[in-house]
Design a protein around this ligand. Structure first.
Ligand SMILES: Nc1nc2c(ncn2[C@@H]2O[C@H](COP(=O)(O)OP(=O)(O)OP(=O)(O)O)[C@@H](O)[C@H]2O)c(=O)[nH]1
Ligand SMILES: [Mg+2]
Length: 342
């Protein structure tokens, strides 16, 4: 299969194959991605940083809060609407490896529902955190290039990875549930500040009013703090109550996502996010290049070793001590040589 041409023809099998190549950090995948980027840049110069009204939505929250159920419900609504919108989903399975193995409920549920307008991908989180967030940033980019209208990523609460992923999205939904204890889980996870939409799911359970008041109170404090800093956010963060069993509240949730999308496109935030994501990928590539080509070689370098033996590098001082400059110059020499040989 010619993945490049099939991908352009919106063949989902080509999309799946490209993702697998990228997940495995296979060179062939990056070559295809580069060609796709080039084509994208040539074909849509005015929209280089993001097409139409695309949106990347992140959904996060404590384990079992109903994130997958919400995504499932949203996906049905989106594809059933008259607008013929398409949707690309990526979800993390907490423990299953990339290749599958014991796939959890997530995939089973989503696969009950297939449609040419919907693509679902599940990823394991066994890889290194850095590797995972890199892979996810590429997958989101591939989804953008494929042209999905809605791109949704479901994360699991694993600290840094969750924060990294949430940073990559345009709209962050935080799903809470009643009765988990006194503290709002997003505060515990350190992500309360970045929620654009709060969801209280499982409203068929007791304790809804209590958690609603807690979130509303915290959002009030958050807004006051922004105002003190002179920021008057045009977006009023909503709290949407949902029940995934009956489907209540899903219409309102989708309406809020669309409202946020329209506002974020209007303010240029989405275009800015796209640029930021591309910039991050570039920097990450550059970091890897330096790591592999300079840091790796440095430890075998006689001149470097001699500099170290001279001592006097002081990691506690701002300028690194008298010899630090020489070490950096040595590194920059190595880097220049590597760049010349590219
Ligand atoms: N009673 C009730 N159960 C729900 C609701 N939404 C989801 N559930 C159930 O809650 C359980 C967990 O739902 P998931 O959608 O898998 O939750 P999740 O947040 O994706 O879970 P992880 O990905 O494992 O963190 C499932 O058994 C769902 O059927 C709801 O509104 N009410
Ligand atoms: Mg899930």
């Amino acid at each position: 299969m010619d993945i490049f041409s099939e991908f352009i023809n919106k063949n989902q099998r080509a999309l799946a194959k490209l993702i697998t190549l990228i997940e495995n950090f296979d060179r062939a995948g990056f070559e295809i991605l580069t060609r796709l980027e080039r084509r994208h840049a040539e074909n849509s110069p005015a929209k280089k940083s993001g097409a139409g009204k695309q949106i990347v939505v992140g959904i996060t929250g404590p384990p079992g809060s109903g994130k997958s159920s919400l995504v499932d419900r949203l996906a049905r609504k989106i594809t059933a609407s008259g607008e013929k919108s398409t949707i690309g989903i990526v979800a993390f399975d907490p423990s299953s490896p990339f290749t599958g193995g014991a796939i959890l409920g997530d995939r089973v549920r989503m696969s009950n529902f297939t449609s040419p307008d919907l693509f679902f991908r599940s990823m394991g989180t066994r890889g290194s955190l850095g590797g995972m967030s890199k892979a996810i940033s590429y997958i989101l980019r591939i989804y953008e290039l494929f042209g999905f209208d809605f791109i949704i990523v479901e994360t699991v609460g694993v600290g840094q990875l969750e924060i990294d992923v949430v940073k990559m999205t345009d709209t962050t939904i935080i799903a809470e549930v009643p009765g988990l204890g006194d503290e709002i889980q997003a505060i515990k996870a350190g992500i309360f500040e970045i929620g654009d939409i709060f969801v209280i799911n499982k409203t068929d359970r007791p304790g809804v009013d209590k958690i609603y008041c807690e979130i509303a109170y915290m959002l009030g404090l958050r807004r006051d703090k922004l105002l003190q800093d002179g920021i008057n956010d045009a977006w009023q963060v909503p709290i949407v109550k949902t029940n995934c069993v009956s489907g209540e509240g899903i219409d309102e949730l989708l309406a809020k996502i669309i409202e946020h999308r329209d506002l974020a496109h209007g303010t240029g935030r989405i275009a800015g996010n796209r640029k930021m994501r591309l910039c991050e990928q570039y920097l990450s590539f550059a970091r890897d290049f330096i790591e592999d080509n300079v840091m790796g070689e440095l430890s075998h370098d006689a001149e470097f070793k001699a500099l170290i033996e001279k001592g006097s590098i002081n990691i506690f001082s701002e300028d690194g001590g008298p010899n630090f400059k020489n070490v950096m110059l040595k590194m920059s020499k190595l880097l220049t040589e590597k760049i010349k040989s590219l």
